[in-house]
Design a protein around this ligand. Structure first.
Ligand SMILES: Cc1ncc(COP(=O)(O)O)c(C=O)c1O
Length: 358
């Protein structure tokens, strides 16, 4: 099905930010996409309008009961001028799964992708092209029906906003650096039967307290343990976690409590293609610490849209610092970063068929 959306262009284009000083999530482009849902019309009136505030009734359900979801992906400018999205079909599929869990009306996956392409095209001149920069795309849906009472809403808005973002590590194309990570044993992120696999704001609001502890301990992110036994490693902040022990690479299985990351899926596919021993299985934090002590823990890294690959140089566990790979970026993390980031930006041949031209 072909979708078309009306476009109202801004009469007051904003000044573009200095590409050398881009921060994550601070600057937004000139336009946004909005679409409404009502029970009688379904999803309707998809439109691109100047970026700006959205009026909400103070009783809007999202403000009280948090019925909402969001996604995150990036557009890159390739050296030949093409605009590339990375596996947007995966974000569309994850949206469907999140919507199902959150009682949010489903959006046709093709519509989801076409809406992204349409708004990215309108603001194409906002995509930075310096090494390491990109246009971050944030689709989200929220219940804007005015009522107090806990039941699924009947009116929603689907919105897409865009922000040019800088090199995550602030060091250009392949300047990976390591992070210090806090192993959290008090608070949990998601329990079986909860919303861990869905991309919903509540998961992140509930994580802020642990992140505060990590900040105070001088760590960049939290390593979450499972909610039932506080024993098995799950995710690192807003990314999935991989552990290289001996010749095995281990990541937590998709059992409902972790987010099924697009980067995670891509990393697993690359590792399999390279013939490496990648296992999706539970891994106890005690086994990670033992492996660090006996020298078999070779690398730990996190994977996600924001940074692609984030190597971990140190784990802070029960006030003890556990150093990984001498605190240096490991060879596997570097190879994965070079390959994935290269494919995303059109600099490495995409033999996986992952990139989509806008
Ligand atoms: C909790 C969580 N885990 C993992 C990820 C990584 O997912 P992706 O690779 O799709 O960005 C994210 C980021 O969206 C996240 O918020």
């Amino acid at each position: 099905m072909a979708y078309s959306f009306s476009i109202t262009r801004t009469t007051a284009p904003k000044q573009k930010p200095d590409p050398d000083k881009l921060l994550f999530g601070k600057t937004f482009t000139d336009h946004m996409f909005i679409m409404d849902y009502s029970d009688d019309k379904g999803w309707h009136d998809g439109r691109i309008v100047p970026y700006g505030p959205i009026a909400l009734d103070p009783a809007a359900a999202v403000l009280h009961y948090g019925q909402e979801m969001f996604e995150g992906l990036k557009a890159y400018k390739a050296p030949d001028g093409r605009i590339l999205l990375f596996r947007p079909d995966m974000n569309a599929k994850r949206t469907s799964k999140t919507n199902e869990r959150m009682c949010i009306p489903q959006i046709d996956e093709e519509l989801f992708i076409e809406a992204i392409k349409a708004v990215v095209r309108v603001d194409a001149d906002w995509i930075p092209d310096k090494p390491g920069t990109s246009l971050y795309i944030r689709p989200f849906i929220f219940a804007d029906e005015a009522f107090l009472g806990v039941h699924p809403a009947h009116h929603f808005k689907f919105v897409i906003i865009l922000c040019p973002v800088g090199a995550y590590y602030g060091a250009g194309d392949c300047g990976l650096s390591t992070q210090r990570i806090f192993v959290e044993e008090e608070y949990v992120r998601a329990a079986p039967g909860g919303t861990g696999f869905a991309k919903v704001g509540g998961n992140y609001a509930g994580a802020l307290k642990a992140q505060q502890k990590a900040d105070e301990a001088g760590c960049a992110q939290v390593l979450w343990l499972d909610a039932v036994e506080r024993k098995y490693v799950e995710e690192i902040g807003t990314s999935n976690a991989f552990f290289v022990i001996g010749d095995e690479i281990i990541t937590a299985p998709l059992a409902g409590t972790i987010l099924p990351g697009v980067t995670r899926d891509s990393v697993i596919a690359l590792l399999k293609k390279w013939g490496l021993n990648i296992q999706e299985r539970r891994l106890a934090i005690d086994d990670v610490i033992k492996a660090a002590q006996d020298g078999s823990l070779r690398e730990v890294f996190a994977t996600g849209t924001a940074a692609v690959i984030s190597p971990v140089g140190e784990l802070l566990y029960r006030n003890q610092a556990v150093t990984i790979n001498g605190g240096q970026v490991g060879p596997l993390a570097q190879k994965l970063y070079d390959t994935l980031y290269g494919i995303q930006t059109g600099k490495v041949e995409d033999d996986m068929g992952w990139t989509v031209t806008v």
